[in-house]
Ligand binder design. Structure first.
Ligand code: IMP
Length: 178
């Protein structure tokens, strides 16, 4: 499959994503029962994961959104721009950040610092994908769907220069391209 100038191959199928999200939600449902967690989804990439995960959450909860951008082409630029901030009162709340993928950890490092300043009781991360080898900051998601190698992926909300977010499966960049 080709997106713009690059070739991708199937990597994680829709059915496996669905099963894994169901399992993650079960764990969160039991660990956060009676905690009324506030989910904060990081846009744009997490919008599909957030929608699917959130519908599997069966305990009282709320959701809000933050928009950031740090990627250009297939590499992180290192600078995080916060484009849409958070208005909710986080004082004493159990916050769960929903992220599509933790790569360098740069985005979440920035967001965790901003959120901790608002005195929540706890801040944890649920991410669909975790590129542990790419990590440059001490960011350790409490809940991770799949640990994946340090290769660029698209689909299921993740994009290559704005394209490929609508793909139902997740695809990986082919061979030596980067
Ligand atoms: P980080 O700040 O380097 O951890 O990157 C986080 C953000 O970069 C994610 O929320 C994604 O939007 C984007 N990103 C990181 N890796 C990939 C990838 O392999 N494909 C598409 N987007 C990615």
């Amino acid at each position: 499959m080709t997106i713009l100038d690059k070739s991708f191959e199937p990597f994680i199928f829709e059915s496996d994503i669905k099963n894994r999200i169901h399992a993650l939600a079960e764990i969160i449902n039991s660990q956060y029962e009676d905690k009324n967690p506030l989910f904060i989804a990081i846009l744009n990439g997490s919008f599909i994961f957030a929608a699917d995960l959130f519908r599997e959450i069966s305990i009282p909860c709320q959701i809000s959104f933050i928009k950031t951008a740090s990627y250009l082409n297939t590499h992180s630029t290192g600078t995080v721009r916060e484009l849409l901030g958070i208005d909710e009162n986080l004082e004493g709340r159990s916050v769960i950040i929903i992220e599509d993928i933790v790569d360098t950890g740069n985005t979440l490092n920035h967001i965790m610092q901003t959120l901790r300043d608002k005195n929540p009781a706890t801040v944890e991360i649920v991410t669909l994908l975790f590129k542990r080898e790419a990590l440059k900051h001490p960011i350790f998601p409490k809940f991770a769907g799949f640990e994946i190698p340090n290769k660029f992926v698209v689909g299921y909300g993740l994009d290559y220069n704005g394209h490929g977010r609508n793909l139902k499966d997740i695809y990986q960049l082919k061979n030596a391209q980067s």
